[in-house]
Ligand binder design. Sequence first.
Ligand code: ZN
Length: 378
Amino acid sequence: MQSFIDSLPLIDHHCHGVVARPLERPAFEALMSEGHKPVAGCTQFDKPLGLVLLRWCAPQLGLEPHAEPEAYLAARLALSPEEVTRRLAGATGVSRLLIDTGHRSDAILDPAAMENVTGIPAAEVVRIEAVMEEVARTGPADGAGLRKAFDDRIEERARGAVGLKSIVAYRTSFDIVQCPPTLAEVDAAGSRWLAALAAGRSRRLEDAILIRYALFRAGELCRTHRYPLQLHVGFGDADIRMPKCDPTVFTPFIAAMEEWDVPITLLHCYPFIREAAFLAEVFSNVYLDIGVIQNFTGPSAGRILAEAMELTPFYKQLYSSDAFGLAELHFLGARLFRNALAKVLDGWIAAGDATPAKAEAIARAIASENARRIYPIG
Ligand SMILES: [Zn+2]
Protein backbone atom coordinates (compact mmCIF):
# COMPACT_ATOMS: atom_id res chain seq x y z
CA MET A 1 0.00 0.00 0.00
CA GLN A 2 2.91 2.35 0.68
CA SER A 3 3.51 3.52 -2.88
CA PHE A 4 -0.23 3.87 -3.57
CA ILE A 5 -0.71 5.94 -0.38
CA ASP A 6 2.42 8.00 -1.08
CA SER A 7 0.86 9.06 -4.39
CA LEU A 8 -2.47 10.13 -2.86
CA PRO A 9 -3.20 13.84 -2.53
CA LEU A 10 -4.13 14.76 1.06
CA ILE A 11 -6.46 17.45 2.31
CA ASP A 12 -5.04 18.86 5.54
CA HIS A 13 -8.32 19.97 7.11
CA HIS A 14 -6.75 21.48 10.22
CA CYS A 15 -3.41 23.24 10.28
CA HIS A 16 -1.82 26.61 10.95
CA GLY A 17 0.71 28.84 9.24
CA VAL A 18 4.47 28.65 9.78
CA VAL A 19 6.76 31.22 11.37
CA ALA A 20 8.36 33.24 8.60
CA ARG A 21 11.61 34.28 10.32
CA PRO A 22 14.88 32.41 10.90
CA LEU A 23 14.66 30.32 14.10
CA GLU A 24 17.47 30.01 16.61
CA ARG A 25 17.46 26.88 18.77
CA PRO A 26 15.37 28.15 21.74
CA ALA A 27 12.60 29.45 19.46
CA PHE A 28 12.69 26.27 17.37
CA GLU A 29 12.49 24.03 20.45
CA ALA A 30 9.65 26.12 21.91
CA LEU A 31 7.64 25.33 18.77
CA MET A 32 8.32 21.60 19.30
CA SER A 33 6.58 21.75 22.67
CA GLU A 34 3.09 22.22 24.08
CA GLY A 35 4.65 23.05 27.45
CA HIS A 36 5.62 26.55 28.38
CA LYS A 37 8.68 25.88 30.54
CA PRO A 38 11.83 24.27 29.14
CA VAL A 39 13.64 21.91 31.53
CA ALA A 40 17.21 23.01 32.22
CA GLY A 41 19.78 20.71 30.64
CA CYS A 42 17.19 18.85 28.55
CA THR A 43 16.12 19.21 24.93
CA GLN A 44 12.89 18.84 22.95
CA PHE A 45 14.83 16.63 20.54
CA ASP A 46 14.92 14.06 23.33
CA LYS A 47 11.37 12.82 22.84
CA PRO A 48 9.46 10.88 20.15
CA LEU A 49 8.88 14.00 18.01
CA GLY A 50 12.62 14.72 18.03
CA LEU A 51 13.44 11.26 16.68
CA VAL A 52 11.10 11.44 13.70
CA LEU A 53 11.95 15.07 12.99
CA LEU A 54 15.64 14.30 12.58
CA ARG A 55 14.95 11.08 10.70
CA TRP A 56 12.54 12.45 8.09
CA CYS A 57 13.25 16.18 7.84
CA ALA A 58 17.07 16.13 7.77
CA PRO A 59 17.17 14.69 4.20
CA GLN A 60 14.88 17.51 3.04
CA LEU A 61 17.65 19.93 4.07
CA GLY A 62 20.39 17.87 2.39
CA LEU A 63 21.56 15.99 5.51
CA GLU A 64 21.65 12.31 6.39
CA PRO A 65 18.69 10.98 8.43
CA HIS A 66 19.28 11.29 12.19
CA ALA A 67 21.59 14.28 11.87
CA GLU A 68 22.53 15.90 15.18
CA PRO A 69 20.20 18.72 16.26
CA GLU A 70 23.03 21.30 15.97
CA ALA A 71 23.78 20.28 12.38
CA TYR A 72 20.10 20.23 11.53
CA LEU A 73 19.46 23.71 12.93
CA ALA A 74 22.61 25.10 11.27
CA ALA A 75 21.50 23.73 7.89
CA ARG A 76 18.07 25.22 8.48
CA LEU A 77 19.49 28.65 9.35
CA ALA A 78 21.66 28.58 6.21
CA LEU A 79 18.48 28.60 4.09
CA SER A 80 15.94 31.39 3.81
CA PRO A 81 12.72 30.82 5.78
CA GLU A 82 10.84 30.63 2.45
CA GLU A 83 13.16 27.89 1.19
CA VAL A 84 12.74 25.91 4.44
CA THR A 85 8.96 26.20 4.09
CA ARG A 86 9.08 25.11 0.44
CA ARG A 87 11.29 22.07 1.14
CA LEU A 88 9.14 20.88 4.05
CA ALA A 89 5.56 22.26 4.02
CA GLY A 90 5.66 22.41 0.22
CA ALA A 91 6.76 18.78 -0.15
CA THR A 92 3.89 16.96 1.56
CA GLY A 93 1.71 16.00 -1.40
CA VAL A 94 -1.09 17.95 0.29
CA SER A 95 -3.52 19.39 -2.26
CA ARG A 96 -5.37 21.78 0.07
CA LEU A 97 -4.59 23.51 3.36
CA LEU A 98 -7.52 24.48 5.60
CA ILE A 99 -5.90 26.95 7.96
CA ASP A 100 -7.10 27.94 11.43
CA THR A 101 -6.19 31.63 11.72
CA GLY A 102 -7.30 32.16 15.32
CA HIS A 103 -4.10 31.40 17.24
CA ARG A 104 -1.13 33.84 17.41
CA SER A 105 -1.99 34.99 13.91
CA ASP A 106 0.54 37.84 14.10
CA ALA A 107 3.41 35.34 14.50
CA ILE A 108 2.69 33.06 11.52
CA LEU A 109 1.95 33.25 7.80
CA ASP A 110 -1.69 33.78 6.86
CA PRO A 111 -3.47 31.51 4.33
CA ALA A 112 -2.58 33.71 1.33
CA ALA A 113 1.11 33.76 2.29
CA MET A 114 1.13 29.99 2.97
CA GLU A 115 -0.39 29.42 -0.46
CA ASN A 116 2.18 31.70 -2.00
CA VAL A 117 5.22 30.02 -0.46
CA THR A 118 4.10 26.36 -0.65
CA GLY A 119 2.13 26.54 -3.90
CA ILE A 120 -0.71 24.67 -2.15
CA PRO A 121 -4.18 26.27 -2.34
CA ALA A 122 -5.20 27.43 1.14
CA ALA A 123 -8.55 28.34 2.69
CA GLU A 124 -9.51 29.73 6.07
CA VAL A 125 -11.25 28.25 9.10
CA VAL A 126 -12.37 30.98 11.52
CA ARG A 127 -12.05 30.55 15.27
CA ILE A 128 -15.14 31.93 16.98
CA GLU A 129 -13.55 32.82 20.34
CA ALA A 130 -10.91 34.90 18.53
CA VAL A 131 -13.66 36.82 16.70
CA MET A 132 -15.43 37.59 20.00
CA GLU A 133 -12.13 38.84 21.46
CA GLU A 134 -11.43 40.91 18.35
CA VAL A 135 -14.79 42.72 18.55
CA ALA A 136 -14.42 43.26 22.31
CA ARG A 137 -11.21 45.19 21.55
CA THR A 138 -13.10 47.55 19.23
CA GLY A 139 -14.79 49.06 22.30
CA PRO A 140 -18.53 48.20 22.22
CA ALA A 141 -20.54 50.25 24.75
CA ASP A 142 -22.12 47.31 26.56
CA GLY A 143 -23.04 43.63 26.35
CA ALA A 144 -25.77 44.21 23.77
CA GLY A 145 -23.29 46.16 21.63
CA LEU A 146 -20.76 43.33 21.94
CA ARG A 147 -23.37 40.77 20.86
CA LYS A 148 -24.40 42.79 17.80
CA ALA A 149 -20.80 43.50 16.81
CA PHE A 150 -20.02 39.77 17.14
CA ASP A 151 -23.06 38.82 15.02
CA ASP A 152 -21.96 41.18 12.24
CA ARG A 153 -18.30 40.21 12.33
CA ILE A 154 -18.79 36.44 12.52
CA GLU A 155 -21.31 36.59 9.68
CA GLU A 156 -18.82 38.48 7.53
CA ARG A 157 -15.89 36.21 8.41
CA ALA A 158 -18.00 33.08 7.87
CA ARG A 159 -18.72 34.15 4.28
CA GLY A 160 -15.06 33.95 3.35
CA ALA A 161 -14.35 30.73 5.27
CA VAL A 162 -14.72 26.99 4.64
CA GLY A 163 -15.55 26.17 8.27
CA LEU A 164 -15.71 27.59 11.79
CA LYS A 165 -13.87 26.35 14.85
CA SER A 166 -14.31 26.47 18.63
CA ILE A 167 -11.80 25.97 21.41
CA VAL A 168 -14.50 25.78 24.08
CA ALA A 169 -12.60 22.76 25.51
CA TYR A 170 -9.68 25.09 26.32
CA ARG A 171 -11.70 27.97 27.69
CA THR A 172 -14.40 26.35 29.84
CA SER A 173 -13.97 22.60 29.17
CA PHE A 174 -16.92 20.66 27.67
CA ASP A 175 -18.54 20.46 31.10
CA ILE A 176 -20.93 23.41 30.65
CA VAL A 177 -24.67 23.92 30.13
CA GLN A 178 -25.29 23.00 26.50
CA CYS A 179 -28.41 24.89 25.42
CA PRO A 180 -28.46 28.43 23.96
CA PRO A 181 -28.50 31.19 26.61
CA THR A 182 -31.21 33.88 26.53
CA LEU A 183 -30.28 37.23 24.98
CA ALA A 184 -30.70 38.89 28.38
CA GLU A 185 -28.18 36.43 29.85
CA VAL A 186 -25.78 37.06 26.95
CA ASP A 187 -25.99 40.84 27.25
CA ALA A 188 -25.45 40.77 31.02
CA ALA A 189 -22.47 38.40 30.63
CA GLY A 190 -21.08 40.62 27.87
CA SER A 191 -21.27 43.73 30.05
CA ARG A 192 -19.56 41.87 32.92
CA TRP A 193 -16.76 40.69 30.62
CA LEU A 194 -16.21 44.13 29.07
CA ALA A 195 -15.90 45.59 32.58
CA ALA A 196 -13.40 42.86 33.54
CA LEU A 197 -11.38 43.56 30.38
CA ALA A 198 -11.36 47.30 31.07
CA ALA A 199 -10.21 46.66 34.65
CA GLY A 200 -7.47 44.29 33.48
CA ARG A 201 -9.08 41.33 35.31
CA SER A 202 -9.57 39.35 32.08
CA ARG A 203 -7.38 38.90 29.02
CA ARG A 204 -9.46 36.52 26.99
CA LEU A 205 -12.90 35.01 26.54
CA GLU A 206 -13.60 32.41 29.21
CA ASP A 207 -17.24 33.14 29.99
CA ALA A 208 -19.41 30.06 29.41
CA ILE A 209 -22.55 32.07 28.57
CA LEU A 210 -20.78 34.09 25.84
CA ILE A 211 -19.10 30.98 24.46
CA ARG A 212 -22.44 29.12 24.38
CA TYR A 213 -23.92 32.04 22.48
CA ALA A 214 -21.03 32.00 20.01
CA LEU A 215 -21.30 28.21 19.58
CA PHE A 216 -24.98 28.24 18.65
CA ARG A 217 -24.49 31.30 16.42
CA ALA A 218 -21.64 29.40 14.74
CA GLY A 219 -23.89 26.36 14.38
CA GLU A 220 -26.47 28.48 12.55
CA LEU A 221 -23.84 29.86 10.19
CA CYS A 222 -22.41 26.38 9.54
CA ARG A 223 -25.93 25.19 8.73
CA THR A 224 -26.42 28.12 6.32
CA HIS A 225 -23.06 27.67 4.59
CA ARG A 226 -23.25 23.85 4.76
CA TYR A 227 -19.80 23.41 6.25
CA PRO A 228 -18.38 21.97 9.48
CA LEU A 229 -17.84 23.30 12.95
CA GLN A 230 -14.46 22.08 14.20
CA LEU A 231 -14.04 21.33 17.91
CA HIS A 232 -10.71 21.09 19.67
CA VAL A 233 -10.64 17.85 21.73
CA GLY A 234 -8.07 16.64 24.28
CA PHE A 235 -4.31 17.12 23.77
CA GLY A 236 -3.11 20.71 23.79
CA ASP A 237 -1.17 22.95 26.12
CA ALA A 238 -1.29 23.19 29.91
CA ASP A 239 -4.58 25.17 29.89
CA ILE A 240 -6.47 21.95 29.23
CA ARG A 241 -8.32 20.33 32.15
CA MET A 242 -8.14 16.95 30.50
CA PRO A 243 -10.87 14.90 32.22
CA LYS A 244 -13.50 17.46 31.22
CA CYS A 245 -12.30 17.58 27.61
CA ASP A 246 -13.61 14.10 26.81
CA PRO A 247 -15.83 14.78 23.76
CA THR A 248 -18.62 12.53 25.10
CA VAL A 249 -19.13 15.24 27.77
CA PHE A 250 -20.28 17.46 24.88
CA THR A 251 -22.90 14.98 23.63
CA PRO A 252 -25.93 17.30 24.10
CA PHE A 253 -24.35 19.98 21.89
CA ILE A 254 -23.25 17.41 19.30
CA ALA A 255 -26.82 16.02 19.26
CA ALA A 256 -28.22 19.55 18.78
CA MET A 257 -25.91 20.03 15.79
CA GLU A 258 -27.00 16.66 14.37
CA GLU A 259 -30.58 18.02 14.37
CA TRP A 260 -29.30 20.92 12.27
CA ASP A 261 -27.25 18.64 9.98
CA VAL A 262 -24.05 20.47 10.92
CA PRO A 263 -20.91 18.31 10.63
CA ILE A 264 -18.81 18.38 13.80
CA THR A 265 -15.17 17.57 13.19
CA LEU A 266 -13.38 16.48 16.38
CA LEU A 267 -9.73 17.55 16.21
CA HIS A 268 -6.74 15.68 17.71
CA CYS A 269 -8.88 13.61 20.09
CA TYR A 270 -5.94 12.14 22.03
CA PRO A 271 -6.29 10.50 24.52
CA PHE A 272 -10.03 10.25 23.80
CA ILE A 273 -9.64 8.52 20.43
CA ARG A 274 -12.02 5.68 21.32
CA GLU A 275 -14.59 8.12 22.73
CA ALA A 276 -14.38 10.19 19.53
CA ALA A 277 -14.69 7.05 17.39
CA PHE A 278 -17.78 6.05 19.37
CA LEU A 279 -19.34 9.47 18.67
CA ALA A 280 -18.49 9.12 14.96
CA GLU A 281 -20.24 5.74 15.00
CA VAL A 282 -23.46 6.92 16.68
CA PHE A 283 -23.91 10.49 15.39
CA SER A 284 -24.38 11.02 11.65
CA ASN A 285 -22.65 14.42 11.84
CA VAL A 286 -19.45 13.50 13.75
CA TYR A 287 -16.04 13.22 12.04
CA LEU A 288 -12.60 12.97 13.60
CA ASP A 289 -8.90 13.28 12.96
CA ILE A 290 -5.81 12.42 15.00
CA GLY A 291 -3.70 15.31 13.77
CA VAL A 292 -0.88 16.63 15.97
CA ILE A 293 -0.66 13.48 18.04
CA GLN A 294 0.85 11.50 15.17
CA ASN A 295 3.74 13.98 15.16
CA PHE A 296 4.10 13.94 18.93
CA THR A 297 4.00 10.13 19.20
CA GLY A 298 6.45 9.76 16.30
CA PRO A 299 7.51 6.10 16.11
CA SER A 300 4.17 5.07 17.68
CA ALA A 301 2.03 6.93 15.12
CA GLY A 302 1.02 3.63 13.51
CA ARG A 303 -0.46 2.33 16.74
CA ILE A 304 -2.37 5.59 17.27
CA LEU A 305 -3.85 5.46 13.76
CA ALA A 306 -4.72 1.79 14.24
CA GLU A 307 -6.65 2.74 17.38
CA ALA A 308 -8.61 5.41 15.51
CA MET A 309 -9.39 2.88 12.79
CA GLU A 310 -10.66 0.26 15.27
CA LEU A 311 -14.15 1.70 15.19
CA THR A 312 -14.38 4.93 13.16
CA PRO A 313 -16.45 4.44 10.00
CA PHE A 314 -14.16 4.86 6.99
CA TYR A 315 -16.39 7.70 5.74
CA LYS A 316 -15.88 9.63 9.01
CA GLN A 317 -12.10 9.89 9.39
CA LEU A 318 -10.09 12.88 8.15
CA TYR A 319 -6.43 13.78 7.71
CA SER A 320 -4.84 16.73 9.49
CA SER A 321 -1.31 17.68 10.50
CA ASP A 322 -2.33 20.38 13.01
CA ALA A 323 1.10 21.79 12.21
CA PHE A 324 1.75 25.14 13.90
CA GLY A 325 4.80 27.35 13.43
CA LEU A 326 7.31 24.80 12.10
CA ALA A 327 7.25 23.69 8.45
CA GLU A 328 8.67 20.40 9.79
CA LEU A 329 5.31 19.64 11.41
CA HIS A 330 3.54 19.93 8.04
CA PHE A 331 6.07 17.57 6.45
CA LEU A 332 6.02 15.07 9.30
CA GLY A 333 2.23 15.08 9.58
CA ALA A 334 1.89 13.85 6.00
CA ARG A 335 4.86 11.44 6.15
CA LEU A 336 3.78 9.74 9.39
CA PHE A 337 0.13 9.56 8.31
CA ARG A 338 1.05 7.91 5.00
CA ASN A 339 3.38 5.43 6.71
CA ALA A 340 0.85 4.61 9.44
CA LEU A 341 -2.05 4.17 7.04
CA ALA A 342 -0.01 1.87 4.79
CA LYS A 343 0.98 -0.22 7.82
CA VAL A 344 -2.59 -0.60 9.10
CA LEU A 345 -4.05 -1.44 5.68
CA ASP A 346 -1.21 -3.83 4.77
CA GLY A 347 -2.01 -5.66 8.00
CA TRP A 348 -5.69 -5.90 7.09
CA ILE A 349 -4.85 -7.19 3.61
CA ALA A 350 -2.40 -9.76 5.00
CA ALA A 351 -5.03 -10.97 7.47
CA GLY A 352 -7.58 -11.33 4.68
CA ASP A 353 -9.84 -8.65 6.19
CA ALA A 354 -9.69 -6.31 3.20
CA THR A 355 -8.97 -6.77 -0.49
CA PRO A 356 -6.30 -4.49 -1.96
CA ALA A 357 -9.04 -2.66 -3.89
CA LYS A 358 -11.06 -2.05 -0.72
CA ALA A 359 -7.96 -0.93 1.17
CA GLU A 360 -7.25 1.62 -1.58
CA ALA A 361 -10.81 2.93 -1.35
CA ILE A 362 -10.45 3.34 2.42
CA ALA A 363 -7.17 5.21 1.97
CA ARG A 364 -8.67 7.57 -0.61
CA ALA A 365 -11.63 8.31 1.67
CA ILE A 366 -9.50 9.25 4.68
CA ALA A 367 -6.85 11.09 2.64
CA SER A 368 -9.19 13.50 0.89
CA GLU A 369 -12.63 12.27 -0.17
CA ASN A 370 -14.31 12.67 3.23
CA ALA A 371 -13.00 16.23 3.62
CA ARG A 372 -14.09 17.06 0.08
CA ARG A 373 -17.61 15.85 0.91
CA ILE A 374 -18.10 18.05 4.00
CA TYR A 375 -16.04 21.17 3.21
CA PRO A 376 -16.99 23.50 0.32
CA ILE A 377 -13.64 23.13 -1.44
CA GLY A 378 -14.66 21.86 -4.89
ZN1 ZN B 1 -4.56 23.43 15.77
